[in-house]
Structure formats: C-alpha cells, structure tokens
Design a protein around this ligand. Structure first.
Ligand code: CP
Ligand code: NVA
Length: 315
C-alpha cells in the first residue's frame, strides 16, 4: 500500500504525475475533474487545529467525487484509550483513505502499518509533506519555462528558511530541497539547528549536503530564490512562546532582509502568519509575496496526491 508520510515516499514518476495532475486539476477546476474517488469515503483524523489543510482536503475529496469525513480526535474512541492500531484497522473497513494531523510522527507510521488503506500525513511535529509539494508546485508555476517542465524549473534553486529552523516545516523543506534538486540555507537562533533525529533521516535519504545552518540571516538569504518562514510557536509549543519570540526576533523577515535576497526572490509562508513576529507586514504586502497562491495550491496538489494514491490502491 502506497502512503504519503514524508516527501520521499513517492517515486520520481509518481512525483512527476502529482505535478502534472495538479496543473491539470487547477486549469480545469469547475469544468472537468475526473471522479477518481467516486463511491469512496476518505476520513480526516485531526488532533490539531487547521484552516487550510482541513478545508482543502474536504473540498478536494468532494471535487474528486468522494465523500470527506472529518473526525476530531476528541470525538472518537482514540481519545479514550482505543489503540492507534485498532483505530486504523477498524477505519480501514469503512473508508478508502486516511488523512492524519497529529503530534508524534510515529503515530502516522503506526496507522499506515496497521491499516489497509492509503494514509496521508497532514502535518506532524516532524514533517508537513503536503505543504512542501504544494510550495514546490507554486514556485514552479512562477519559474517554468516555455518547455513546460515544472520540476526542471526547480533544479539548482536556493531557499532561505528563517526563524524556527528546527520545526516541521524546516525539516520538511530540507527533504523537499533534496527531492527537487534544490539547496536550502536555514537561519535561526543557536540551538535551533535540525535535530539529531532529523539529521539521521536526512542522511539516510542522502540529503546531508543539501542544507546548511547559519545564525546570520543575511548570509542565509544571499542569492536566495525564495525567502521562507513559518510561525515561531508551532502547535504544541505554546508554553515556550515568550522565550521563542525573544530568541527568534533577529530572524524576522523584514523588508531589508527580503531585499538582500535575489532581486526577483519570492516570499513564501505556509501560513497562518503572525505579522510583526516572523514577518513584517511590509513583506506580506509585497508584490513578490505569493502566500495566497500557496494556500490555494494546497487544493490542487493534494487532489493530485490523493489521485495517485487511490490509483495505486486500486492496482
Ligand atoms: N499551512 C497549513 O497547514 O495551514 P493549516 O494549519 O491552517 O492547515
Ligand atoms: N510549524 C507550524 C506549521 C503550521 C502549518 C505548526 O506546526 O504549527
């Protein structure tokens, strides 16, 4: 069974198919979408808040002809001690796919191992792969040449990732950079380097040399094609809010910092944004800020990911 728990779970032909389908779904939205999830129900099990991920998956499943079912972790027996494995086995008897947002990354791995339907990681404390495929597609839309080669347009590009460089988005973007042939410079406070656990994953993928870490944000953005940031206080880290905001304030994406990247650099953020913390309002208002294209593309990219997984599950 094919799952999408981390960026590298799809083969190069599957990645190419996701990008081609995302482009096609976007171009034809509202006119023609093949009902690849007809007569199927896909359940979302969420243990954390969500605006974009929840809505884009629910709309996407509906547009592919399927039925979305949202299950808040608190509402099912999982929260009263039923095991992850039994939950995955039972739900697999009812639904055709599971989309899971949770804390421990090992939970999505356990669901995938115990269940018998495709599982999609909709964010864990460790990784957020749906966001990375979407972001890469969004960059490629801007950079693609007359040959139409979306993936080719990413190769050799540089991302600067600023702020909480030890969070799920930073980890995921390192895997994304390796997968898409890009480089990434991370810049955050001392102590926020990628974790030993993540470094082991990056090394196992052969991606140890795609990233570098510096405490100097201006060094990170030099020659960058994209300046990227995320919230300083990820879900689950609320108790550390004050300390994090104090430590990360030198890494705010200000207009000056953004201007130190390439002259045509894009500003990106997975959202939700906290203007005045990780990014200045001036940058959010910039004409090279493409955050709402990113948000929209969650729909198209995730429809493509579900289509590829559903096709594999039927095979
Ligand atoms: N970017 C993202 O995953 O947003 P939500 O938390 O709103 O789903
Ligand atoms: N790092 C953030 C991403 C939100 C989409 C979090 O985990 O809260």
């Amino acid at each position: 069974m094919k799952h999408f728990l981390k960026e590298t779970d799809l083969s190069p032909p599957e990645v190419a198919e996701v990008f081609a389908l995302a482009r096609d779904f976007k171009a034809k939205r509202g006119r023609h979408t093949p009902p690849v999830l007809a007569n199927q129900t896909w359940a979302l099990i969420f243990s954390k808040s969500s605006t974009r991920t929840r809505v884009s998956f629910e709309v996407g499943i509906h547009e592919l002809g399927g039925n979305p079912m949202f299950l808040n972790r608190n509402d099912i027996q999982l929260d009263r001690g039923e095991s992850i494995e039994d939950t995955a086995k039972v739900l697999s008897r009812f639904v055709h796919g599971l989309i899971v947002r949770t804390h421990d990354h090992s939970d999505v791995e356990r669901i995938a191992a115990a269940g018998t339907v495709p599982v999609i990681n909709a964010l864990t404390d460790f990784l957020h792969p749906c966001q990375i495929y979407t972001d890469a597609f969004t960059m490629a839309e801007r950079w693609v040449g007359p040959d139409g080669d979306l993936l080719g347009s990413l190769k050799g590009r540089k991302i600067a990732f600023l702020g909480d460089t030890a969070c799920n988005m930073a980890n995921s973007w390192i895997l994304g950079a390796g997968l898409f042939g890009m480089k990434i410079a991370l810049s955050g406070p001392p102590g926020f380097e990628p974790s030993a656990e993540f470094k082991a994953v990056a090394e196992a993928e052969g991606f140890s040399d795609v990233y570098e870490f510096t405490t100097d944000p201006f060094e990170a953005v030099r020659d960058a094609d994209v300046v990227y940031t995320d919230v300083w206080v990820s879900m689950g880290k609320e108790e550390e809010s004050q300390a994090r905001i104090a430590q990360m304030s030198p890494y705010q994406v200000t207009a000056d910092l953004f201007a130190a990247a390439k002259p045509d650099a894009l500003f990106m953020h997975c959202l939700p944004a906290h203007p005045g913390e990780e990014v200045a309002q001036e940058v959010l208002d910039h004409d090279r800020c493409i955050i709402f294209d990113q948000a929209e593309n969650r729909l198209h990219a995730q429809k493509a990911i579900m289509a590829v997984l559903a096709q594999q599950a039927r095979a």
